[in-house]
Design a protein around this ligand. Structure first.
Ligand code: R5P
Length: 295
């Protein structure tokens, strides 16, 4: 039992006249969220730079053993120390990711479709209790805006937002572009805005060469960009540079990292762009230097 306060010998400091500071939260759209949400978002977005480099390796849930991810343990584990966030399925997480890596996880919660059939025909495949059990820092499904199963996939998104809100886990909405949709600013702004309005906490979109500012400006929550298919390293770094300069809060990149000749060097080069503000050319120099050092 604590000793009773000896009132006579205690100098009290109530700080009368000093208002309690109420600081704003660093991340767009997140100031009015609860403590747990903010704590998790601070693991995803670096409070110093406001940005994130998420490593996406969830492709297998629709594509099977994607090139570069045949052996998840060999390809992903060397990258883990350099990623801010791991975006993956619970199967991959439990199978290969060391639980002591200390990395926040953005847990892929959709299932039900593969590249062999209609991709938008998804369901929510992960119970929120399993996301809690895995200590997920965010949960995610995709919304096929304009796709065949638009209604169901927006419904899936709402379901996980509601479930995540109960436990203080933020939701990443992935805007999935149907095969017939143009990836232009008009479509992407619509898709991102819909995801924000139904309550997602951040959104993953594609970059578009024209008017990407329109996408980020008209989306009230933070946007991160997917990398898409493998392109030359300089182009991928330039895309990341342009996206950040035009209002993106980071990248959620997969193939352009794990399919690079030197994935660790590429991840470090992407970090140089996203967190250190480096131009794409300088980041490419870093990539080539790191790659040549390995021989
Ligand atoms: C696709 O299944 C996932 O949402 C990926 O996480 C996303 O497309 C990002 O990966 P990539 O940079 O390879 O497009």
């Amino acid at each position: 039992m604590p000793e009773a306060d000896d009132k006579a010998n205690v100098t009290r400091n109530y700080g009368i006249g000093i208002p309690v500071e109420t600081e704003g939260f660093f991340l767009k759209a997140s100031n009015n969220l609860d403590w747990g949400m903010k704590d998790r978002l601070s693991r995803i977005f670096n409070p110093k730079t406001g940005h994130t480099v998420m490593l996406a390796f969830d492709h297998g849930y629709i594509m099977g053993p994607t090139s570069g991810l045949e052996r998840l343990d060999l390809s992903v584990n060397p990258l883990v120390p350099y990623a801010d966030v791991l975006m993956c399925t619970r199967g991959a997480l439990r199978a290969v990711i060391p639980p002591d890596s200390g990395k926040p996880v953005c847990l892929r919660c959709s299932a039900g479709a593969t590249v062999l059939k209609e991709l938008s025909n998804e369901v929510v495949g992960v119970a929120i209790e399993d996301a809690v059990r895995l200590n997920a820092s965010a949960i995610t499904v995709q919304a096929y805006i304009g796709g065949e199963h638009e209604r169901e996939t927006i419904g899936n998104l709402c379901k996980i937002i509601n479930a995540g809100n109960r436990y203080g886990i933020p939701t990443l909405a992935v805007t999935a572009v149907g095969r017939e949709m143009a990836r232009d600013a008009r479509y992407l702004s619509l898709a991102c805005r819909v995801c924000a309005e139904v309550g997602a906490h951040f959104v993953k979109t594609y970059f578009c060469a024209e008017d990407f500012e329109k996408v980020t400006a008209s989306c009230p929550i933070p946007c991160v960009i997917a990398g898409g298919k493998k392109i030359p390293e300089l182009d991928a770094l330039q895309m990341a540079r342009n996206a950040i300069d035009q209002g993106a809060h980071g990248v959620d990149m997969g193939r352009n990292i794990f399919q690079a000749d030197d994935p660790v060097a590429m991840l470090k080069a992407v970090r140089a762009v996203v967190h250190d503000g480096e131009p794409a050319e300088k980041a490419l120099d870093l990539y080539q230097t790191l790659k040549s050092e390995k021989g």
